[in-house]
Every structure is written in structure tokens, then in C-alpha cells.
Design a protein. Sequence first.
Length: 260
Amino acid sequence: MRILVTNDDGIHAPGLEACARIARALSDDVWVVAPETDQSGVSHSLSLSDPLRLRKVEEQRYAVKGTPTDCVIMAVRHILADHKPDLVLSGVNRGQNVAEDVGYSGTVAGAMEGTVLGIPSVALSQAYGFETKAAPAYTVAEHWGPQVIRTLLEQGIPPGIVVNVNFPNRPVDDVKGIAVTAQGRRNQDLLRIDQRADGRGNPYYWIAFEKRIFETVNGSDLHALDQGLISVTPLRLDMTDEPEMTRLAQVFTRGQAFAR
């Protein structure tokens, strides 16, 4: 099995090394293609107005001056064009990717691009707390990751599905198990703009979330991490809401007489 490893934290991120070790627990044929610099929060963006610069770091390891999506495309369509990967692993992200994070995350987007290209793909993220922010415990992801991925591969990942896996901020022995979850929702009242001033008194701003406890919904990815569980969430590339599509089709069909 040929495995492609990418991330959004950059080619030198400790989480990328953890992801490569997870991949090597599954296969001897592991390739790393990751962004040259931190690309956190770039979502599923492509570099269309700038050229992509490719740098060979070492054997089977490359850096791309671009986004995680660029990296996966470069790997599949150029570097590994003669023998494409059988699996894409994206991560291990520094911090959880749950709830609304899924829409912003470059880590999830790297796995999504693998799915777009027809390759089974898994996004991996490691939660951390205030006390572990400087050095997240990737040992949790490394210990449990191979087991989770083997199970996913044995059961099969359907086309059009990307699997988003989040590991809790717990010691390895304190992980309570694995939960298959839905994408959660945060309390958006916690979202705020943090205004500051530079040395010349000019304002600048950070987007931030207030550090307040809010109630999570049972069965969600947020709730699973709160309970010390590994969260496994299947996400669809096709975001069509079929019930709403049917309702709108009926509405516009009834309105055709007015259109004429």
C-alpha cells in the first residue's frame, strides 16, 4: 500500500512526523508532500495566480510552496503520477478540527482533495489544552491512529467520503474509546474580535473565541472529545441538501406559469 502524507502545519511540523510514523506502521511505501510553510486555515484553496515551487527535502519527502490541496494535486498528478497513492493521510494537525473547523481546516481539505481524486483519505488531528498547547501529545494519535485507520480500511471508505478523526487531549491510557460522531456546532456567541494596538498606536485585530464552557450535544465530535473519546466523523463531499432540493424544485415548478 502506497501512502501519501500531507498536512497544513508545514513541512517541519512535529505533527507531520507523527503522521509519517503512523503511515509507516501501516506500510513501507510512505511519501510525504507538505506545504513549505504553515497553511492553517486556508481551507480547500488552490494556488491559481502563483506558480508552485517544489523542493525535494530528502528521498520520498517534498515541500511545496502552496496549500495542502496543492500538495495533494502535485503528489498525485506529478510526483507519483506513474503509481498514485492508495491512501492519503492528512495531519496530524496541531489542534482539533471539529464543528465549524471542518470548513476552515487545511488539514481536512488535504484529505478532501485526496477523496476528490478518488483515493481513500483520512484527516487526523490532535486536540490540546492550555497546559499542552506548546507541545501537544502526538503520542495519543500515534498510539491509536494505526488501529483506527486499519479498521477504516478493512470496512472500506466509500467514494465521496472523507473521514475526519480527532484524538482527545488525554494521556494514552486515559482515552475512553472510539465514537463515531456527527459534526458538531459551537456556540457562536463565543466568537469575537480582539482589538489591539501596535507600537505606533495603530489598531490591529485577531479573530478569537472566548474561553468559556458551553454545552456540547451528545453524539457530536465536540462532545466525544470532551468525554475523552476518539472522534471519527464521516464527511460527504456532496453538500447537497436533498430534502431542501426537493422542496425548492416543487416551489419553482409551481412558479413556471408566472415565469412564462
